[in-house]
Design a protein around this ligand. Structure first.
Ligand SMILES: Cc1cc2nc3c(=O)[nH]c(=O)nc-3n(C[C@H](O)[C@H](O)[C@H](O)COP(=O)(O)O)c2cc1C
Length: 149
């Protein structure tokens, strides 16, 4: 099994969990970085994020994953934004063919745990497993149990 851990993080929480998962699995990290950064001010970011969700937008992102086909399992991490995943996650999904891959989701949040799964399933041909609450991935044993390692 070979793991790719792709994540988007606005303020660093999702990044921390993604890095922990990479350490435990030995997988490769890919940070999803928007071409145009979101505003640093929370209120402005919230407005931008809501507008993107309402328009079903596909914000552009920087870079591509090398040798995507080599990965059997893709782990995708994101913060809850407006009760679902940020639209840039859909931009990422639509760049690759996930057929035959297991897709493990996790999300950080301030209450909206395990969101985004249905939306992601609509845009991904892989076997998408329901989003895991990042608060339950703090320890190595939790990460291993989650992934069946
Ligand atoms: C634009 C925006 C929208 C958010 N919407 C939600 C939400 O709907 N539900 C929730 O529980 N948290 C929401 N949050 C809080 C984030 O999900 C939470 O702070 C997350 O841990 C941030 O992760 P990050 O540091 O990787 O960006 C929102 C944060 C932002 C910036």
């Amino acid at each position: 099994m070979k793991y790719l851990i792709a994540y988007y993080s606005w303020s660093g929480h999702t990044k921390m969990t993604a890095e922990r998962i990479a350490r435990v699995t030995g997988g490769n990290l890919f940070e999803i970085v928007p071409t145009e950064p979101y505003p640093r001010l929370y209120a402005r970011c919230a407005i931008a994020a809501k507008a993107e969700r309402d328009k079903n937008a596909r914000p552009a992102l920087i870079g591509t994953v090398e040798n995507f086909d080599d990965y059997s399992d893709v782990i995708i991490g994101y913060p809850a934004w407006w009760h679902t995943c940020p639209m840039i996650i859909l931009s990422f999904l639509e760049q690759y063919d996930f057929t035959g891959k297991r897709v493990h989701l996790f999300n950080t949040h301030m209450g909206s745990h395990s969101v985004g799964t249905e939306l992601i399933r609509e845009h991904c041909k892989g076997e998408v497993i329901e989003s895991k609450d990042a608060n339950e991935l703090k320890q190595e044993s939790q990460i291993k149990a989650w992934l069946g390692l």
